[in-house]
Design a protein around this ligand. Structure first.
Ligand SMILES: *Cc1c(COP(=O)(O)O)cnc(C)c1O
Length: 237
């Protein structure tokens, strides 16, 4: 087994253990493999290990990889069931290429971006699955909508055509220790429940995207349904 496939199995084991400890079913948390800065060969390796969902941060790099995978398939590579997620910041001048290539966007934090994605999603593709990025801890990165504005943005995004509002996404500032990590993730969980209880997005609103290599156990304990893991699968960048 390659080290990527081996790492993948270890991450799956971490997720399963965290689910068991939180009293949650093992299949209640999806693994998104974050392949930013990694070559297509590493994506193919993870695919051979059964990984389906991949996350990219940078629009241009992601689009290049998506197209390279298509070319690889066209040349006789195994047809891929890959689902591509954009998890990095999205500027308005990049929405068209994103709408044409990705399956998911986690980083919607303004109505204008969502409106452009809705307008530009090609009719022959399935609706784009989107999450609203929330700046849950007021972190210096400044990406994400303020928590108190999340409900209004969710309501507006849920009303747009060609998009399906799937949930919320957070990237908290790194903190050390399970309890401190869990406290921040618990705030995101509470906001997620607030949106869900308000009925915004209906049954499709089922995704809480939080937790990375360093804090996935705390995120799962707080209710994450999708962890985004790069380093533990592909190694240091
Ligand atoms: C890079 C990145 C990840 C993965 O981080 P690791 O610490 O390598 O697991 C997850 N989410 C986002 C938004 C990222 O940019």
């Amino acid at each position: 087994m390659t080290s990527i496939r081996n790492n993948l199995q270890q991450v799956r084991d971490r997720i399963a253990t965290a689910c068991a400890q939180a009293g949650r079913p093992a299949d209640s948390v999806q693994l998104l493999a974050v392949s930013k800065t990694m070559p297509l060969a590493n994506v193919l390796d993870a695919m051979a290990g059964g990984q389906v969902a991949f996350g990219e941060n940078y629009v241009q790099e992601g689009v290049q990889k998506i197209e390279a995978l298509r070319a690889w398939e066209a040349e006789g590579g195994r047809p891929a069931q890959v689902v591509w997620h954009l998890i990095g910041p999205l500027q308005s001048n990049k929405t068209r290429v994103v709408a044409a290539h990705f399956d998911w966007v986690h980083s919607v934090d303004r109505l204008k971006i969502a409106e452009r994605l809705a307008e530009q999603r090609p009719a022959e593709l399935a609706p784009l699955q989107v999450c609203i990025q929330v700046n849950i801890d007021g972190g210096a990165s400044k990406s994400g909508v303020a928590p108190e504005e999340a409900l209004a943005l969710a309501r507006a995004v849920a009303a747009l055509p060609r998009l399906v509002l799937r949930g919320l996404m957070t990237i908290p500032e790194p903190v050390a220790g399970f309890a401190a990590q869990r406290a921040v993730h618990a705030r995101a969980r509470a906001l997620f429940e607030q949106v869900r209880t308000a009925g915004i997005g209906g049954p499709a609103f089922d995704t809480l995207s939080m937790g990375m290599t360093a804090d996935l156990e705390a995120a799962i304990d707080a209710g994450s349904t999708l962890v985004r893991v790069g380093t533990a699968i592909f190694g240091a960048r």
